[in-house]
Design a protein around this ligand. Structure first.
Ligand code: SAM
Length: 284
């Protein structure tokens, strides 16, 4: 069986179907078998698993997922790729493609229908222009998730993994770490894609928590986090006074009760600190 991750085979498939890349869809197809092996290994897929793939392209990763998993559903926005997938994956029977924008798919319903509502695995070489909305959408809609194994822009992976004090630290780091345990798998240079992207990429595994690592009101926690980082250069006191429904006095009191210095900035606080502040403000 010829694997699509071979660049010669990929080029032949694209030419045979007269495919034209669409920049607006972030189409950078993977042409490196070793990187693909790393992604598949990190995802730890077994024959019991239902896998959701986002953006299958010509089916390079889908082919490997079909071999490892019980069932694969791939969601692809570009309708010109559908006949190509029918061709490249014709020998496999355990996959289906949904020709839709992933942001419009009801993934909770899909997990219920295909996996009895049990946690699913998501694997993808993501289109970089919508990485954050896709990941936040999965987390915030409380899709039952076991893990998300994805190739993303290196800079975004660094933001997901980092902690307080670094300039990459922000709302995305806190959200990802609230819902999962991020682990960097490998870095991937532009030469592993066709066409080559302008940026470096990283494979990251997000192992989803059964229960969040901190206990507090989730909605208020994320309101506080967003308000803290919306105006990065402001102190926490000023940032929260502008962005939330609490008075400046209530916020100053809460900061003091938590034992933070009055001039503290959001970027210095850990997830545990934000949870503490959330619990104090919840009582205010
Ligand atoms: N998985 C393939 C690979 O590794 O070679 C393709 C990856 S390419 C980086 C991203 C894929 O996502 C493309 O096939 C693109 O058409 C698709 N895509 C872009 N935006 C999408 C969206 N909103 N919903 C679903 N698929 C999308």
């Amino acid at each position: 069986m010829a694997y699509l991750s071979n660049p010669t085979y990929t080029r032949a498939v694209l030419e045979a179907h007269g495919f034209s890349f669409q920049k607006k869809y972030g189409q950078n197809f993977l042409i490196d078998g070793n990187v693909l092996d790393n992604i598949i290994d990190a995802a730890g897929i077994t024959k019991d698993d239902f896998v959701l793939e986002i953006g299958p392209g010509i089916g390079t990763m889908t082919q490997r997922l079909c071999e490892e998993a019980r069932e694969v559903v791939a969601v692809e926005i570009d309708k010109t790729l559908i006949p190509i997938l029918d061709d490249t994956l014709s020998t496999y029977k355990n996959w289906t493609v949904i020709n839709q924008d992933i942001l419009k798919v009801d993934i909770n319903k899909l997990a219920l229908e295909k996996n009895g509502g049990k946690p699913i695995k998501v694997v993808a070489n993501l289109p970089y222009y919508i990485t954050t909305p896709i990941i936040m959408g999965l987390f915030e809609s409380h899709v039952p998730l076991e893990s998300i194994t994805i190739m993303i822009q290196k800079e975004v992976a660094d933001r997901m993994k980092t902690g307080p004090g670094s300039k990459e630290y922000g709302a995305l780091s806190l959200a990802v770490q609230y819902y999962s345990n991020p682990e960097i798998i490998c870095e991937v240079p532009p030469s592993c894609f066709m066409p080559q992207p302008k940026v470096s990429s990283t494979v990251i595994s997000l192992r989803c928590h059964n229960n969040p690592p901190v206990e507090c009101d989730e909605k208020l926690l994320f309101q506080i986090i967003r308000a803290s980082f919306n105006q990065r250069r402001k102190t926490l006191l000023n940032g929260l006074s502008n962005g939330l429904h609490f008075s400046k006095e209530q916020i100053a009191d809460a900061i003091e009760q938590c034992g933070f210095v009055p001039t503290v900035r959001g970027e210095a606080l850990s997830l545990e600190d934000f949870a503490k502040l959330t619990n104090v403000l919840k009582q205010a």
